[in-house]
Design a protein around this ligand. Structure first.
Ligand SMILES: [Zn+2]
Ligand SMILES: [Zn+2]
Length: 336
């Protein structure tokens, strides 16, 4: 099978993803093999390929927003599977690939924090390939209403964004600021509007600000220009300075949640900016339940991702375009 692998992290301009021929992977116990239809391209993939985040293994196939059809099943050893996965079923393989189920975090329903968790396209090979292995208990059955290329962005940008909204404890009708406006934010905006919130978008990109207005943001401005006092804010931009701008924009008692796996240092700031029971929270990965809840919400709220389709052979180009914000919304590779 064909796959794109990174052997050694390097700037995307040097095309670190290399086409390789690999043997078809064989599913082990409790695993499924998926024939990949499409795979979303996430900022985390860029961080892994460029080495901002070091994966535990190279060479590595990135890609963790995989829409595929189950093509083979390994022997089923565990009786406690949340969903019965069938051959030919269309499923989503998200970032959380596997968690131990035994540790204190898993026992509390926080498997996103499991110290032994494995992540798709990071600890194990991901979906920039014609076939990929998955643990059946972590596969998300996809609603029929959602086409392949629309489903891919939901699997990380959507689900992790949804967790960030939960962490910000958004209430209906609140004024919410989104700092940075890429794949995750453009889906969060639609969820917030479905919840009756007023959404204010902060982005340095004129194109992303236009995109936000077209999707129903009340205002879209440059960061630092704060039109109103916000109840809540979500930071998507991986720049520590933006966290402070978000804190400055919320009311006492407000919450800023940070939806970023990698971020530059947050500069020192006076305690007065946090004073007044403002809260700052990070968001790490997502749970299986987040995935189930969000896919149901995506159907109910009729979410529409802005998708930029790339042929499989253009994996490097898709990541480079992402790096330079050359498109709105989400890049998706059509694999087969
Ligand atoms: Zn991601
Ligand atoms: Zn665990």
């Amino acid at each position: 099978m064909h796959a794109y692998q990174v052997f050694s992290p390097a700037p995307i301009e040097s095309h670190p993803l290399q086409p390789v021929d690999m043997p078809l992977p064989e599913p082990g116990p409790n695993q499924a093999r998926l024939r990949v239809l499409v795979c979303g391209v996430c900022h985390t993939d860029l961080h892994i390929v460029e080495g901002d985040i070091t994966a535990p293994r190279y060479p590595l196939t990135p890609g963790h927003q995989v829409v595929g059809k189950v093509d083979a099943l390994g022997p089923s050893l565990s009786a406690a599977q949340p969903k019965q996965i069938q051959i030919q079923q269309r499923v989503g393989l998200p970032w959380l690939h596997w968690a131990c189920g035994q540790c204190e975090f898993c026992q509390r329903g926080l498997e996103n924090l499991c110290p032994q968790a494995r992540f798709t396209g990071f600890s194990v090979n991901g979906g920039f390939a014609q076939y990929v292995l998955a643990e059946t208990s972590y596969l998300l059955p996809l609603p029929d209403e959602i086409p392949d290329e629309q489903a891919a962005p939901l699997l990380c940008a959507g689900i992790v964004g949804y967790r960030a909204l939960k962490k910000a404890e958004i209430q209906p009708g609140e004024r919410v600021g989104l700092f940075g406006f890429g794949a995750s934010a453009h889906l969060c905006l639609q969820v917030l509007r479905y919840w009756g919130c007023e959404v204010y978008v902060f982005s340095r990109s004129p194109s992303h600000r236009q995109h936000a207005l077209a999707l129903g943001a009340v205002q879209a401005v440059e960061p630092g220009n704060n039109p109103v006092l916000l109840d809540k804010a979500v930071v998507f931009a991986p720049a520590g300075q933006v966290v402070i701008q978000a804190l400055e924009a919320i009311r006492p008692g407000g919450i800023v949640s940070i939806n970023a796996i990698h971020m530059s240092d947050i500069p020192a700031f006076p305690y007065a900016k946090l004073w007044g029971e403002r809260q700052l929270r990070s968001v790490a990965n997502a749970t299986y339940q987040d995935g189930e809840e969000f896919l149901a919400l995506a159907v109910a709220a009729n979410l529409r991702a802005t998708v930029n389709l790339y042929p499989f052979s253009q994996a490097n180009a898709a990541l480079e375009d992402l790096k330079y914000s050359r498109f709105d919304g989400q890049a998706v590779l059509r694999v087969s």
